[in-house]
Design a protein around this ligand. Sequence first.
Ligand code: TXA
Ligand code: MG
Length: 347
Amino acid sequence: MRDREHTIQNNNAFGIQEEIETKILTDSPEDIAVAGEILKGGGLVAFPTETVYGLGADAMDLLAVSKIYRAKGRPSDNPMIVHIAEKEWLKDLALEITPDMEKLMDAFWPGPMTMVVKRQPNIPDVTTGGLDTVGIRFPSNPVARALIKAAGCPVAAPSANLSGKPSPTTSDHVIKDLKGRVDAIIKSGDCLHGIESTVIDMTGVIPMILRPGVITQSMLSDVLGKKVKLDPALNARLGENYQPRSPGMKYKHYAPQAEMKIYAGERPKVEAAINQEKNALEKEGKRVKVIVFDNEVEAARDLFALLRAADDEGVDVILAASMPEVGLGFSVMNRMLKSAGYNVTYV
Ligand code: TXA
Ligand code: MG
């Protein structure tokens, strides 16, 4: 099953299926040097970050970046985040560095924040999805930083999952999705945060969050001394027709194969409702997985791994408890609501 998946989209120019030999590397300095050479040579390397694993290519190499779309099976209008290893690299990528950008860089870089900025014309269109802006991130994970330094170039990297699967938070997730489709995978530890970076659009007068993450609205607002906006699409529920400003947010992300239902309300009532539904479904012979988190940090770290596990275990229905949509809870619920197709029962 897995091997068939690996070969589906690696068609060569004649439409014949090809499997690429994937080097499985460690996070030792020697192996990071090898991975850096692969990136320099126009190859693809999956690597850990503090948010999720990324699939990297030289951001300035049109052919290398094109390979990412093919490896992931990703729509080519979806722009990449460009990863840097020094704050100074921003100068070569952004058209201008505003005082607001300086403040956020100083407060949150290196770390899980991506700034969308007006771009320099030399970045290939294939990296930016043809937009006149580019998302830039300076990750804090030491392996990511060492790799980008070794490559010596900005590294375009979406999450290292097959398109439509949850972002990978362990090296096993990456190996499962991308072995046979990329040149190398760096096996390292599990990701610290477990959800993708906060994406903030810095091109308007008031910055706007396009994707919520570990760096929250209040953290950003505090540093800037003014309230940053939220893309209205982030508060939309199913049926409401807002176009998200971040192209990647419009795709059906994170949807597990199982039907997923979220229960919202006071925790004891939620747990009672989940138990009742679980018993009823199991009587019908359904396989049920219950997801109840104790806190937002744990939820962010474990959510994607649990959704993947549900698929691997052949679960029919996932019953999940909601959490208050504030701070990191808002970011986690953003992912949970999408996974569940906004299927929420209020108790
Ligand atoms: O934490 C992360 O950001 C991870 C790690 C690997 O760094 N990367 C990641 O990349 O999540 P990806 O490609 O899966 O998600 C990037 C998101 C998409 O929703 C994309 O549309 C948005 O960022 N984005 C990128 N460039 C943009 C731009 N110029 N304008 C608006 N949205 C942009
Ligand atoms: Mg992604």
